[in-house]
Design a binder for this molecule. Structure first.
Ligand SMILES: Nc1ncnc2c1ncn2[C@@H]1O[C@H](COP(=O)(O)OP(=O)(O)OP(=O)(O)O)[C@@H](O)[C@H]1O
Ligand SMILES: [Mg+2]
Length: 239
Protein backbone atom coordinates (compact mmCIF):
# COMPACT_ATOMS: atom_id res chain seq x y z
CA UNK A 1 0.00 0.00 0.00
CA UNK A 2 1.07 3.53 -0.64
CA UNK A 3 0.62 6.46 1.72
CA UNK A 4 1.18 9.86 0.20
CA UNK A 5 1.36 13.14 2.01
CA UNK A 6 -1.30 15.71 1.13
CA UNK A 7 1.22 17.65 -0.91
CA UNK A 8 2.53 15.23 -3.49
CA UNK A 9 5.41 17.48 -4.63
CA UNK A 10 9.05 16.79 -3.92
CA UNK A 11 9.77 14.10 -1.36
CA UNK A 12 12.32 13.72 1.31
CA UNK A 13 11.58 10.00 1.65
CA UNK A 14 10.29 7.74 -1.08
CA UNK A 15 10.24 4.14 0.09
CA UNK A 16 8.51 1.78 -2.34
CA UNK A 17 7.48 -1.80 -1.63
CA UNK A 18 10.37 -2.41 0.71
CA UNK A 19 10.99 -5.87 2.08
CA UNK A 20 13.56 -6.84 4.67
CA UNK A 21 14.29 -10.47 5.44
CA UNK A 22 17.01 -12.09 7.50
CA UNK A 23 18.12 -15.68 7.78
CA UNK A 24 17.72 -16.73 11.37
CA UNK A 25 18.95 -20.25 12.18
CA UNK A 26 19.00 -20.85 8.39
CA UNK A 27 15.34 -20.00 8.04
CA UNK A 28 14.11 -16.80 6.42
CA UNK A 29 12.48 -14.31 8.76
CA UNK A 30 10.37 -11.79 6.88
CA UNK A 31 10.57 -8.64 8.97
CA UNK A 32 9.19 -6.08 6.48
CA UNK A 33 6.71 -7.29 3.88
CA UNK A 34 6.35 -4.54 1.29
CA UNK A 35 6.37 -1.21 3.06
CA UNK A 36 5.86 2.04 1.17
CA UNK A 37 6.14 5.50 2.65
CA UNK A 38 6.44 8.95 1.18
CA UNK A 39 7.34 11.88 3.34
CA UNK A 40 7.28 15.49 2.17
CA UNK A 41 9.91 18.00 3.27
CA UNK A 42 9.10 19.41 6.73
CA UNK A 43 6.46 16.73 7.32
CA UNK A 44 6.33 15.04 10.73
CA UNK A 45 5.32 11.36 10.64
CA UNK A 46 4.88 9.10 13.65
CA UNK A 47 5.04 5.31 13.44
CA UNK A 48 3.40 3.32 16.21
CA UNK A 49 2.82 -0.40 16.55
CA UNK A 50 3.45 -3.42 18.72
CA UNK A 51 6.85 -4.61 19.84
CA UNK A 52 8.57 -6.71 17.20
CA UNK A 53 6.44 -5.38 14.33
CA UNK A 54 9.45 -4.01 12.41
CA UNK A 55 9.54 -0.30 13.34
CA UNK A 56 13.22 -0.08 14.23
CA UNK A 57 14.15 -2.27 11.26
CA UNK A 58 12.36 0.16 8.94
CA UNK A 59 14.14 3.14 10.50
CA UNK A 60 17.48 1.37 10.02
CA UNK A 61 16.70 1.02 6.30
CA UNK A 62 15.75 4.71 6.06
CA UNK A 63 19.05 5.60 7.75
CA UNK A 64 21.02 3.38 5.36
CA UNK A 65 22.27 1.39 8.35
CA UNK A 66 20.75 -1.78 6.90
CA UNK A 67 19.95 -2.64 3.30
CA UNK A 68 16.51 -3.55 2.01
CA UNK A 69 16.11 -7.08 0.64
CA UNK A 70 13.93 -5.75 -2.19
CA UNK A 71 12.10 -2.57 -3.08
CA UNK A 72 13.57 0.91 -3.12
CA UNK A 73 14.49 3.39 -0.40
CA UNK A 74 15.21 6.89 -1.68
CA UNK A 75 16.05 9.84 0.52
CA UNK A 76 16.25 13.28 -1.13
CA UNK A 77 16.06 11.54 -4.49
CA UNK A 78 19.05 9.32 -3.75
CA UNK A 79 18.42 5.59 -4.07
CA UNK A 80 20.30 4.25 -1.06
CA UNK A 81 20.92 0.88 -2.72
CA UNK A 82 23.17 2.69 -5.22
CA UNK A 83 25.51 3.94 -2.50
CA UNK A 84 28.52 2.04 -1.16
CA UNK A 85 29.52 2.15 2.50
CA UNK A 86 31.40 5.45 2.08
CA UNK A 87 28.50 6.99 0.21
CA UNK A 88 26.08 5.86 2.90
CA UNK A 89 28.29 7.30 5.63
CA UNK A 90 28.44 10.62 3.77
CA UNK A 91 24.66 10.54 3.29
CA UNK A 92 24.13 10.02 7.03
CA UNK A 93 26.55 12.79 7.98
CA UNK A 94 25.03 15.35 5.62
CA UNK A 95 21.36 14.51 5.38
CA UNK A 96 20.33 12.84 8.62
CA UNK A 97 19.98 13.48 12.28
CA UNK A 98 19.29 10.39 14.35
CA UNK A 99 18.03 10.23 17.92
CA UNK A 100 18.00 6.88 19.70
CA UNK A 101 16.21 5.66 22.79
CA UNK A 102 19.53 5.10 24.55
CA UNK A 103 21.37 8.29 23.95
CA UNK A 104 24.65 6.93 22.51
CA UNK A 105 26.75 9.84 23.71
CA UNK A 106 30.52 9.40 23.93
CA UNK A 107 31.17 9.11 27.68
CA UNK A 108 34.66 10.63 27.66
CA UNK A 109 33.56 13.77 25.82
CA UNK A 110 31.80 16.83 27.25
CA UNK A 111 28.37 17.82 25.98
CA UNK A 112 30.01 20.47 23.80
CA UNK A 113 32.49 18.02 22.29
CA UNK A 114 29.83 15.37 21.67
CA UNK A 115 27.89 17.88 19.58
CA UNK A 116 30.99 19.47 18.03
CA UNK A 117 32.25 16.08 16.85
CA UNK A 118 29.11 15.44 14.80
CA UNK A 119 29.50 18.78 13.04
CA UNK A 120 33.23 18.35 12.55
CA UNK A 121 32.66 15.02 10.83
CA UNK A 122 29.85 16.42 8.67
CA UNK A 123 31.58 19.69 7.77
CA UNK A 124 35.36 19.34 7.97
CA UNK A 125 35.73 22.60 6.02
CA UNK A 126 34.62 24.59 9.07
CA UNK A 127 37.18 25.92 11.55
CA UNK A 128 37.25 24.53 15.10
CA UNK A 129 36.13 27.94 16.32
CA UNK A 130 33.08 27.87 14.03
CA UNK A 131 32.32 24.29 15.02
CA UNK A 132 32.47 24.97 18.74
CA UNK A 133 30.36 28.11 18.36
CA UNK A 134 27.70 26.19 16.42
CA UNK A 135 27.78 23.34 18.97
CA UNK A 136 27.33 25.82 21.82
CA UNK A 137 24.38 27.38 19.95
CA UNK A 138 22.81 23.96 19.38
CA UNK A 139 23.11 23.16 23.10
CA UNK A 140 21.70 26.56 24.04
CA UNK A 141 18.73 25.81 21.72
CA UNK A 142 17.90 22.76 23.87
CA UNK A 143 18.36 24.70 27.11
CA UNK A 144 21.82 23.36 27.95
CA UNK A 145 23.86 26.52 27.50
CA UNK A 146 25.10 26.10 31.05
CA UNK A 147 26.05 22.44 30.74
CA UNK A 148 28.61 22.64 27.93
CA UNK A 149 31.46 21.16 29.95
CA UNK A 150 29.52 18.32 31.58
CA UNK A 151 30.30 14.77 30.60
CA UNK A 152 27.27 12.47 30.03
CA UNK A 153 27.57 10.88 33.49
CA UNK A 154 27.17 14.35 34.99
CA UNK A 155 23.90 14.93 33.13
CA UNK A 156 20.38 13.71 33.88
CA UNK A 157 18.64 11.40 31.40
CA UNK A 158 16.61 14.27 29.99
CA UNK A 159 19.73 16.39 29.65
CA UNK A 160 21.56 13.56 27.90
CA UNK A 161 18.73 13.19 25.43
CA UNK A 162 18.76 16.95 24.83
CA UNK A 163 22.48 16.63 24.01
CA UNK A 164 21.47 13.81 21.65
CA UNK A 165 18.94 16.12 20.04
CA UNK A 166 21.47 18.97 19.76
CA UNK A 167 23.94 16.54 18.17
CA UNK A 168 21.29 15.38 15.68
CA UNK A 169 20.28 18.93 14.77
CA UNK A 170 23.64 20.75 14.77
CA UNK A 171 24.20 19.88 11.11
CA UNK A 172 20.76 21.24 10.22
CA UNK A 173 19.70 18.00 8.52
CA UNK A 174 16.63 17.95 6.25
CA UNK A 175 15.52 14.71 7.93
CA UNK A 176 15.45 13.65 11.57
CA UNK A 177 14.89 9.99 12.47
CA UNK A 178 13.95 9.23 16.06
CA UNK A 179 13.48 5.78 17.59
CA UNK A 180 11.50 6.03 20.83
CA UNK A 181 13.36 9.16 21.86
CA UNK A 182 11.51 9.35 25.17
CA UNK A 183 11.62 5.62 25.92
CA UNK A 184 14.17 6.04 28.72
CA UNK A 185 12.71 9.20 30.22
CA UNK A 186 9.93 9.79 32.72
CA UNK A 187 6.80 11.29 31.23
CA UNK A 188 7.41 14.89 32.23
CA UNK A 189 11.03 14.92 31.05
CA UNK A 190 10.06 13.11 27.87
CA UNK A 191 7.36 15.68 27.14
CA UNK A 192 9.87 18.49 27.61
CA UNK A 193 12.43 16.91 25.27
CA UNK A 194 9.71 16.28 22.69
CA UNK A 195 8.49 19.87 22.89
CA UNK A 196 12.03 20.87 21.99
CA UNK A 197 12.18 18.37 19.16
CA UNK A 198 8.88 19.50 17.64
CA UNK A 199 9.82 23.18 18.07
CA UNK A 200 13.20 22.76 16.42
CA UNK A 201 11.79 20.64 13.60
CA UNK A 202 8.96 23.07 12.85
CA UNK A 203 11.24 26.09 13.05
CA UNK A 204 13.85 24.62 10.73
CA UNK A 205 11.38 22.77 8.51
CA UNK A 206 13.04 19.45 9.27
CA UNK A 207 11.11 16.37 8.19
CA UNK A 208 10.75 13.87 11.05
CA UNK A 209 10.04 10.15 11.16
CA UNK A 210 9.52 9.22 14.77
CA UNK A 211 8.79 5.85 16.33
CA UNK A 212 6.88 6.10 19.57
CA UNK A 213 4.70 4.10 21.92
CA UNK A 214 3.25 7.32 23.31
CA UNK A 215 -0.15 8.15 21.76
CA UNK A 216 0.13 11.74 23.03
CA UNK A 217 3.35 12.21 21.12
CA UNK A 218 2.06 10.49 18.01
CA UNK A 219 -0.96 12.81 17.95
CA UNK A 220 1.36 15.78 17.48
CA UNK A 221 2.61 14.43 14.15
CA UNK A 222 1.09 15.39 10.80
CA UNK A 223 0.40 11.70 10.14
CA UNK A 224 0.35 8.58 12.27
CA UNK A 225 1.01 5.20 10.68
CA UNK A 226 0.90 1.80 12.32
CA UNK A 227 3.40 -0.98 11.77
CA UNK A 228 1.75 -4.39 12.13
CA UNK A 229 3.69 -7.58 11.48
CA UNK A 230 5.94 -5.95 8.93
CA UNK A 231 3.26 -3.95 7.17
CA UNK A 232 2.63 -0.23 7.44
CA UNK A 233 -1.03 0.76 7.60
CA UNK A 234 -3.10 3.80 8.39
CA UNK A 235 -5.28 1.74 10.71
CA UNK A 236 -5.62 2.90 14.32
CA UNK A 237 -2.95 1.52 16.58
CA UNK A 238 -3.65 -1.39 18.89
CA UNK A 239 -0.77 -1.20 21.33
N1 LIG B 1 19.43 -8.82 13.52
C1 LIG B 1 18.31 -9.53 13.74
N2 LIG B 1 18.35 -10.87 13.80
C2 LIG B 1 17.23 -11.57 14.00
N3 LIG B 1 16.01 -11.05 14.15
C3 LIG B 1 15.92 -9.73 14.11
C4 LIG B 1 17.04 -8.88 13.89
N4 LIG B 1 16.62 -7.60 13.90
C5 LIG B 1 15.30 -7.65 14.10
N5 LIG B 1 14.87 -8.92 14.23
C6 LIG B 1 13.47 -9.35 14.46
O1 LIG B 1 12.65 -8.60 13.60
C7 LIG B 1 11.44 -8.24 14.23
C8 LIG B 1 11.25 -6.73 14.19
O2 LIG B 1 12.23 -6.12 15.02
P1 LIG B 1 12.24 -4.55 15.27
O3 LIG B 1 13.39 -4.25 16.16
O4 LIG B 1 12.22 -3.85 13.95
O5 LIG B 1 10.86 -4.33 16.04
P2 LIG B 1 10.21 -3.04 16.68
O6 LIG B 1 8.89 -2.83 16.04
O7 LIG B 1 11.19 -1.92 16.63
O8 LIG B 1 9.97 -3.49 18.19
P3 LIG B 1 10.09 -2.68 19.58
O9 LIG B 1 8.83 -1.85 19.69
O10 LIG B 1 10.14 -3.75 20.62
O11 LIG B 1 11.34 -1.86 19.53
C9 LIG B 1 11.54 -8.80 15.64
O12 LIG B 1 10.82 -10.01 15.68
C10 LIG B 1 13.01 -9.04 15.85
O13 LIG B 1 13.23 -10.10 16.73
MG1 LIG C 1 12.23 -0.84 18.12
Amino acid sequence: MDFSPANDGDRIIDAVDVTYSLDVASRPLHILKGVSLRVAPAEVVAIVGPSGSGKTSFLMLLAGLERATSGRVSVRGQDLSQLGEDGLARFRRKSLGIVFQSFHLIPSLTALDNVALALEIASPELTMKEIRAAAADALAAVGLGKRLDHRPTALSGGEQQRVGLARAMVTNPPLLLADEPTGNLDQETGAMVMDLMFDLARKRKTAVVMITHDPGLASRADRVLTMMQGELTEAAAVL
